[in-house]
Design a protein around this ligand. Structure first.
Ligand code: PEP
Length: 251
């Protein structure tokens, strides 16, 4: 059975004090019978602290928002997957559209990053999604298929069990415009079908596919009720403990 997952991507928000307060609030507000797998992705600089706070509970695990494609060495400013693992990260978010756009991350580079993550026992939340113009010109299915196949299909079926896919239409990220449940479900079913083709029914059925893009308490329930939507990658709404915890309870 695949997991229901809600992951908070804090992006470049919150200072250390604010971040710690948010984790404390989330931990306090999550019900003791919480069945959702909850992930928090803070900035690198206090990932270690967040991971430590989460280590005392089974409620939440920590994630990094990116990792280097390189193992170690003269890469000033980069953070390796091994460093993240040593700081207590359990996941790394890779292929976020902001990283793809602002740092020219290609599918090939992401393939290398996935390799680094796996060599360091980090699970990967792999983001994919199309721009508005790609959707309007009808190339979005091929685009998403290429993003997934070119960065992930080197993995064995066994390795793929450590992949969570996040469908994040770029036009819905941080815009307040959410994909309709039908639009999201259509792409999620398409992604699952691609996985069936590559890895077979069992792996595809066991892969969690998250939706991301202006997901909030008011729309999470309807989105998460869809057959192929197994949770969310949450940006803006993850900065409010009330909103974020409500989203985690929307299944
Ligand atoms: C994101 O950046 O991953 C995201 C989904 O952002 P938001 O929820 O703010 O649209």
């Amino acid at each position: 059975m695949r997991k229901n997952i809600v992951a908070g991507n804090w992006k470049m928000n919150l200072n250390r004090t604010e971040g710690i307060a948010l984790v404390e609030d989330v931990l306090a507000k999550l019900p003791s019978d919480n069945n959702t797998h909850v992930v928090l992705a803070p900035s690198f600089v206090y990932l270690h602290k967040v991971a430590k706070m989460c280590a005392n509970t089974s409620k939440v695990v920590a994630a990094a928002q990116d990792c280097s494609a390189n193992k170690k060495g003269a890469f000033t400013g980069e953070v390796s997957a091994s460093m993240l693992a040593s700081c207590g990260a359990r996941y790394v978010v890779l292929g976020h559209s902001e990283k793809r756009a602002n740092f020219a991350e290609s599918n090939e580079i992401l393939k290398t990053k996935v390799g680094q993550a796996f060599r360091n026992d980090l699970k990967v939340i792999f983001c994919c999604g199309e721009s508005l113009s790609q959707r309007e010109s009808g190339v979005h299915f091929d685009w998403i298929k290429a993003q997934i196949s070119e960065s992930l299909f080197q993995l064995s079926s066994e390795e793929f069990k450590n992949i969570v896919v996040a469908y994040e239409p770029i036009w819905a990220i941080g815009t307040g415009v959410t994909a309709s449940t039908e639009q999201a479900q259509e792409i999620h079913a398409f992604i699952r079908n691609i996985l069936v083709g590559q890895y077979g029914e069992e792996v595809a059925e066991n892969t969690s596919i998250l939706y991301g893009g202006s997901c909030k308490p008011s729309n999470a329930k309807e989105l998460f009720a869809s057959q192929d939507i197994d949770g969310g990658l949450i940006g803006g709404a993850s900065l409010s403990s009330d909103d974020f915890v409500k989203i985690t309870q929307s299944f």
